[in-house]
Design a protein around this ligand. Structure first.
Ligand code: FE2
Length: 182
């Protein structure tokens, strides 16, 4: 097993009297750093294993759906680990969350360049994905590919709850995550 290198900023030590020249280049414009030698950055923090209990999340989803802040009868709760920094993922590449839809309600059509995999936790209905209808019920899994316009409809008598995992963290970290809504 190879040894993991201790990370450190070795630039100052190696550059010696050349530090002044490097500073001059950096100060010649805005927002620039010069790396003349391998510069080790701080190691990323590690995401901790965890269990997110459903009962309290469900209570939050129901209360948010009553407030109609996002859309009448719809709520969404997502999770991320602060250790992932800019990714805002539950892991550095993935985010996960629940969507709650009251009976008879359809979510607003939108698209994004993250892809999503959904599990139907409760209820039944369908999704319109790029103009085509896909019916689902409890326990089913469906996929919304990147950039597909999608809307979810609850056709049942009870609340519908969807759980989804996306690759938003990866795109967010690259600075290319994009949402579209008419
Ligand atoms: Fe979406």
């Amino acid at each position: 097993m190879s040894k993991v290198l201790e990370r450190e900023d070795r630039q100052a030590k190696f550059l010696g009297e050349l530090q002044a020249l490097v500073k001059e280049i950096e100060n010649s414009t805005e927002d620039l750093k010069v790396v003349a030698f391998m510069e080790y950055t701080a190691p990323p923090e590690t995401v901790k294993p965890k269990v997110i209990k459903f009962s309290k999340v469900l209570e939050l989803l129901r209360k948010l759906a009553e407030r109609n802040d996002v859309q009448e009868g719809v709520s969404k709760v997502m999770f991320y680990s602060p250790t992932t920094g800019r990714s805002r993922g539950l892991t550095p590449s993935m985010m996960a969350g629940f969507q709650y839809i009251k009976p008879g309600v359809a979510t607003k059509p939108h698209s994004h360049n993250m892809a999503s995999i959904y599990l139907v936790v409760k209820g039944k209905g369908y999704s319109i994905i790029d103009g085509k209808r896909y019916d689902w019920e409890q326990g089913d899994v469906f996929v919304v590919p990147a950039n597909a316009v999608h809307s979810h409809v609850n056709t049942g008598e009870e609340e519908a709850i969807l759980f989804d995992v996306t690759d938003s963290g990866l795109l967010e970290n690259l600075g290319v995550l994009e949402f579209k809504e008419d």
